[in-house]
Structure formats: structure tokens, C-alpha cells
Design a protein around this ligand. Structure first.
Ligand code: NAI
Length: 391
């Protein structure tokens, strides 16, 4: 079939297998230009099919020569419906990895469930014995816990309603948005979904099953961002969840013998997760333009490669005073943030006339789903029904 993007709001309901394969190949090609890194050898990536999780899987494989098990939550093609981008990414990754002589297997299902934890542990026992790195990279709208309760995460403020000027990325109109204040229940539920509880459950299950090597490292990803986005991110419901993630890391390091748990604060990137946050997509669009002009822009694979090489797998990990790895160091540089502030000042004065970075944002967004990727002929018919070899 010929596959075209079908975008509704910030969701694309189709994906292109060839474009996704090309995206994965580009990340692998980048890693092949990098020197090898003294890192882990057996890695579990939870949330491995897109964004930072996929990049972590690729960096572990090609940077550290590691075997990987990826936990994903993706759908295969069905009739006229294409598979999800994460499905095509994983199918492509497994094939490239096998061709290059690497072990890579995948488990598809709800990472929050006990069933998937048990399946993963059984696969580790069967194939790898023990693992030495666990990357936790889930971004999910909801979580069902063992007692059957489903919690929904929301992207709201925690102090008061917040009004800010933004640009509608579809119409390019300058508009006012109000991000509402969350209820206590909504804050609690967002922490349940995006906080550290499930990460802790994973690490406890893996430890009790005896599948963690001595000196296992585990990393989860966080974001802080500039003061501009504090009301809806750092001090919002998602920020409360990220604070819980950090506390969980500290608790695990203190209480679980032989385990070091870290939170890495990463750079803002166009991903499915970030596109859902109010105002943040415009911030990212402007940020990309500024960071590219200053030649300090990084995508997911460059971030994770630099984290492994320069901050995590060094003699001792390089942490800030709160104990976190800071991969947002270039994003938060004064000269970068000054330009962001200048951009917003112009926006408040309704003096923005150049909208080309918004077009660039949509190219990046479509590329997440395998569209607008260079070197792909979209006029060619493709098979949508692609298998993930290990499933
Ligand atoms: P993403 O949307 O690209 O990836 C999320 C992954 O989680 C996908 O592979 C998805 O399939 C998987 N997933 C979701 N629910 C699942 C479930 N129930 N079971 C199994 N897998 C499931 O998102 P992104 O941006 O890579 O986010 C990953 C982490 O990085 C998040 O914690 C996010 O907060 C953090 N982060 C993201 C930044 C950004 O700007 N995109 C910046 C800094 C941190």
C-alpha cells in the first residue's frame, strides 16, 4: 500500500515502515562513527520502541556491544491499519542488530503489568542470566495497578491556573492558553503513572528473581526546562511525578544492595510524549532553531551517546548537586535561554513574523512516524505487515 500521514491534533494514526527503518538506520550509522564505550553488556530497556528508550537501546548495542531486551507497547498492522511507529522501529532494529551479530529480543505488552514483568524475567533467565543496566523510559497516559485500578496522568499546573501566550502550531495564530490547576487527586494520579513507583516495582521484581548482576545501574529520564515552562512542567503535575522519580532513585540506591539508580535530566526533544504538553511544543520549536544555529543541537541518540560516554560510564558518574545527571546542560546554557526569552518577549508583543521553525517542528513530528524522512520514496507501494523477528 501507499501510506500517507494522518495527523489529528498531536497524534499521527499512520506510520511508514520504510521511513521508520531509515530513522533507525540513521541512529545506528551515527553510533558506528563513534568510538566504543566501556559500558554495560546486558541491558533491559523498558519503553524501548521510540524516543529516548529506542536511542538507549541503540547506544547500548552499538556503543557498548551489549545484548538488549526491549519492553514495548506497540500494535502490529491490521488490515488497512498500519503498525505503530514503535513496532516498525523495533522490527528494523532487531533485523539490523541480528545482521551485525547482536542479541536483541523484545517483549510487547503493558510494562506496568505483573505479567510483562514476569515474562521479561523469564526471558532474562533463559537467555542472558543476569543484566547489568536497566533503562526506564516510559511515557504513558495511564497505568493500571495490580489491584485493577486505572490511574490517568494529566498535564496541568499545581499552584494556580496559568495563562501564557503561545502560537497555535497548526494555524500559526498567536493565542492565549490557560493551563488549569489540577486537583489533589489529579496530582496523585499523575505521580502514580509517571512517578517512580513502577520503576521501583520493576527493580524489586528483578532483584528478587536474582537476575540483576552485582553493581547493576538503572537510569530513568526526567526533564526540568526553563522557568518559562515551570508552571506546566517542573512545577506542574508532571514535575511532581518527576520529583517522585528522583526520590525513588535515591531510595533504591540507599536500600537495594549493589544497585545504583540515577535520574538523567535530558534535553527537550520532539517526541510523542512532549507534543502533548501545553506550550512546550512551541518552546521546542524555537529551541531547535536556536540550538541548531549555535551548533549545539542534539537528537536522542546524540544525547544518550554523550550521557554514556561522558557522564554515566566514567570512573564516577558526573552528577549535579541534586544527584542528577544533566544532559540538558547545552539547552540550559545562558546564551541559548537568553534567545528563548527574547523570542517570548517578541511573542508577547505580537511581533513574531517568521514561522519557519514551526514548519521544521512538523517535519520533525512527521519523522517520528517515518514520514518526510530523506532517502525514502513515498510514492512506492510498501508492505505494512512487518514482523518483529523475536515476537
Ligand atoms: P516516547 O513517547 O517517544 O517514548 C515512550 C515509550 O514508552 C514508547 O516506547 C512507548 O511505547 C512506551 N510505553 C508507553 N506506555 C507503555 C506501557 N504501558 N508499557 C510499555 N511501554 C510503554 O517518549 P520520550 O520522550 O522518549 O519519553 C521517555 C522518557 O523521557 C519519559 O520519562 C520522558 O518524560 C523523558 N523525557 C523526555 C523529554 C522530551 O522532551 N521528549 C525530555 C526529557 C525527558
Amino acid at each position: 500500500m501507499i501510506i500517507e500521514p494522518k495527523i489529528r491534533g498531536f497524534i499521527c494514526t499512520t506510520s511508514h515502515p520504510q521511513g521508520c527503518k531509515e530513522n533507525v538506520m540513521q541512529q545506528i550509522s551515527y553510533m558506528k562513527t563513534r568510538p566504543k564505550c566501556q559500558g554495560p553488556k546486558k541491558v533491559l530497556v523498558i519503553g524501548a520502541s521510540t524516543g529516548y528508550g529506542l536511542a538507549s537501546r541503540i547506544a547500548s548495542t552499538y556503543g557498548c556491544d551489549a545484548a538488549t531486551i526491549g519492553v514495548i507497547f506497540d500494535k502490529p498492522a491490521n488490515g488497512n491499519r498500519t503498525a505503530t511507529a514503535g513496532w516498525y522501529n523495533t522490527a528494523a532494529f532487531e533485523k539490523f542488530a541480528a545482521n551485525d551479530g547482536y542479541y536483541a529480543k523484545t517483549i510487547n505488552g503493558d510494562a506496568f503489568s505483573q505479567k510483562i514483568k514476569e515474562e521479561t524475567i523469564a526471558l532474562i533467565k533463559k537467555d542472558l542470566g543476569q543484566i547489568d543496566l536497566v533503562i526506564y523510559s516510559l511515557a504513558a497516559p495511564k497505568r493500571t495497578t495490580a489491584d485493577g485500578t486505572t490511574y490517568q496522568s494529566v498535564l496541568k499546573c499545581t499552584n494556580q491556573d496559568f495563562v501564557n501566550t503561545t502560537i497555535d502550531l497548526k494555524t500559526k495564530e498567536i493565542i492565549e492558553v490557560t493551563v488549569p490547576k489540577a486537583t489533589e487527586q489529579e496530582i496523585h494520579d499523575t505521580v502514580k503513572v509517571m512517578g517512580g513507583e513502577d520503576w521501583h516495582d520493576w527493580m524489586t521484581a528483578l532483584e528478587q528473581a536474582g537476575v540483576l548482576a552485582n553493581h547493576t545501574i538503572t537510569v530513568a529520564y526526567s526533564y526540568i526546562g526553563p522557568k518559562l515552562t515551570y508552571p506546566m512542567y517542573h512545577q506542574g503535575t508532571i514535575g511532581a511525578a518527576k520529583a517522585h522519580l528522583l526520590k525513588t532513585a535515591q531510595d533504591m540506591t540507599n536500600k537495594m544492595q549493589g544497585i545504583k539508580a540515577y535520574v538523567s535530566v535530558n534535553k527537550a526533544l520532539v517526541t510523542q510524549a512532549s507534543s502533548a504538553i501545553p506550550v512546550v511544543p512551541l518552546y521546542i520549536a524555537a529551541l531547535y532553531r536556536i540550538m541548531k544555529q549555535k551548533k549545539v543541537h542534539e537528537n536522542a541518540i546524540e544525547q544518550i551517546d554523550r550521557m554514556y560516554r561522558e557522564k554515566l560510564f566514567t570512573d564516577t558518574p558526573i552528577l549535579d548537586q541534586t544527584g542528577q545527571i544533566r544532559m540538558d546542560d547545552w539547552e540550559m546554557r545562558d546564551d541559548v535561554q537568553q534567545e528563548i526569552n527574547a523570542f517570548w518577549t517578541k511573542l508577547y508583543a505580537h511581533k513574531i513574523t517568521d514561522f519557519s521553525y514551526i514548519d521544521d517542528y512538523w517535519v520533525e513530528f512527521k519523522q517520528l512516524f517515518g514520514f518526510d524522512v530523506p532517502n525514502v520514496d513515498y510514492t512506492k507501494e510498501v508492505h505494512s505487515d512487518i514482523a518483529i523477528p523475536s515476537l
